[in-house]
Each structure stands twice: as C-alpha cells, then as structure tokens.
Design a protein around this ligand. Structure first.
Ligand SMILES: Nc1ncnc2c1ncn2[C@@H]1O[C@H](COP(=O)(O)OP(=O)(O)OP(=O)(O)O)[C@@H](O)[C@H]1O
Ligand SMILES: [Mg+2]
Length: 271
C-alpha cells in the first residue's frame, strides 16, 4: 500500500458476505451515512465492479468522476447540513444499463485504479462494498488497503450461515480481523398485529458469532421500508426514526468504538 493511503484514510472497513443478496450494499451505504452523521469524513468504494449498486442506493446514478491527469476525483454527494460523502463506483464510468463483462485481472486493475488513482484526500473512514462471495476482490482490497476489519452480513438461516463462515475464514486468512456479524432480514414485525414472524428464522447470526468467536454487531429486521428506501435511493438511516434505524445506529457505534475507542452521540439528529 502506498504511504499516503495509510496516512490519509484512517479506517478502512470491508463489508462482505459469503452469498449474494443478503444486504451488503444496504449495510455499506447506511454504515457510511451513519458514520457521517457522527461527523466523520467518509468515502465509499464500490468494489463490486460487475454489479455496482451503491449509486442506485444513493440515487446518484448520474454522478460523474472528473479528473486531472492520472488523478480521478471521487463523486462528492451532499447528505445535508454542509456534509458530503465521497463515492467511487464503476457505475459512474459505464452506461447505466451496460454490463461489465470483465475477467479477474481487468477487475483488479480497476480496483487498483479506484484506490491509488483517486484523490480520496483525508478520510476518517472508507467503507468498501464488496461483491458476494470469496473471490478476487476481497483479496485485492486486503492487499491494497489493509482494512481495519471486515463486517460480515448474513441472513439467519443455516444455509446462509455456511456461507458466512466461508467469508469469516477468508477474512481471517487475509489477515483482516472480523469486526463482527450483522444478521440482516432477521424476523419481521407484522404491521397489523405487531407480532414477530421469523421468515428466514432468527438468531442464526448470533449463533454463528458465538461458534466462530466473533462479535455479534446486531440484527436488522425484514422491513418493507428498508427495501423501499433502497429503491428510492434514500438510505433508511436518514429516514424517520424506526426500530431498525436505532438498531443500525447501535451497529455504527460498535464499529466506531472498535476503530477509535468510545464515541459520543451523533452530531446530526436522525429523523
Ligand atoms: N432488512 C431488509 N429488509 C427489507 N429489504 C432489505 C433488507 N436488507 C436489504 N433489503 C433489500 O434486499 C435487496 C438486496 O440487498 P442488497 O443489494 O443490499 O444486497 P447485497 O448483499 O449487496 O446484494 P449483492 O450480493 O447482489 O451485491 C435490496 O433490494 C435491498 O433493498
Ligand atoms: Mg451489493
């Protein structure tokens, strides 16, 4: 890793899962915004080269990367109150509907460029949204960025947990500590009667955390508002106060506490 990255990006966190569609991008985007709500300077590196979804979840598909010479400037996205987060994604370089059909080495070259060729400047946190699985991307990110840790996202059922285990093993084998497991899509509160319905079961993430000796960061329910917020490009942590936004804030605080010791309350109110 180049000296300047270690100096200028204080904490680097990868969001990983063994399988697709469990909520990595949702977690990455809300984590980045959650950190920004605590006054942190935050960047998101969308490391999913062939399925870059970060721009869609932030409704910034039309953002462009500009640059002078060999240095790309990240897209700077206002999040209110004079704050912004920086984002780099393959989606900014290709047409919205164009598929990227690239073999491994080309994808790795793009990632290297996104890290070393981008003027990220001073950041407190870089959140890295990985594609599903244990492929080349986590390997490259581990080598290029030496992340502080990995956040593992899983759904609660047994099959998903087998994949979460793989992701944990991979992170460990890359020498990147596992910050903990988030159990996403963990139960559903019936809007009619308020009762809990365990659609994909519940508690598996906690069980895996105990078995694999990693911290359990928290659980997020299945919530139609979360799905809707992803489609609308308005991350749920910025929406009206809710049980899930509170649960997510706890997760953000645990991650900050791990990276920098105890933390105070958010600088910007949620709601
Ligand atoms: N807790 C939740 N409740 C309801 N919907 C959710 C929840 N978490 C994520 N979703 C929705 O599930 C879908 C998949 O989420 P997301 O894209 O974050 O997963 P992913 O792990 O990044 O997928 P991929 O492996 O394709 O990158 C999205 O439509 C998202 O809005
Ligand atoms: Mg994703």
């Amino acid at each position: 890793m180049k000296e300047f990255l270690a100096d200028t990006i204080k904490h680097r966190i990868m969001v990983m899962s063994g399988k697709g569609g469990v909520g990595k991008t949702t977690v990455a985007v809300n984590l980045a915004l959650g950190l920004a709500l605590y006054g942190k300077e935050v960047g998101i590196l969308d490391a999913d080269i062939t399925g870059p979804n970060v721009p869609k979840m932030l409704k910034i598909e039309d953002a462009v990367l500009t640059g002078e010479g060999k240095t790309i400037r990240p897209a700077e996205i206002p999040i209110g109150l004079d704050r912004e987060i920086k984002v780099v994604s393959m989606a900014f370089l290709i047409g919205r509907e164009s598929p990227v059909v690239w073999r491994g080495p080309l994808k790795m070259q793009a990632l290297k460029q996104f890290i070393e060729g981008v003027a990220w400047e001073d950041l407190d946190y870089m959140v890295i949204d990985l594609p599903p699985g244990t492929g080349d991307e986590p390997l490259s990110i581990a080598q290029l960025l030496r992340p502080d840790g990995t956040v593992i996202v899983t759904t609660p059922q047994d099959l998903a947990l087998i994949d979460a285990r793989r992701a944990i093993d991979m992170s460990r084998s890359l020498g990147v500590p596992v910050l903990g497991i988030i159990e996403n899509m963990s139960g559903f509160s019936c809007p009619g009667c308020g009762g809990a319905i365990d659609i994909f079961k519940v508690g598996g993430g906690m069980k895996a955390a105990v078995e694999l000796a990693v911290p359990f960061l928290g659980r997020i329910e299945i919530d139609p508002a979360i799905c809707e917020s992803g489609d609308l490009g308005r991350p749920f942590i910025l929406s009206a106060a809710s049980k899930n936004a509170e649960a997510f804030d706890e997760i953000v605080r645990k991650i900050m506490a791990h990276c920098e010791g105890d933390v105070g309350g958010p600088e910007i109110g949620v709601g």
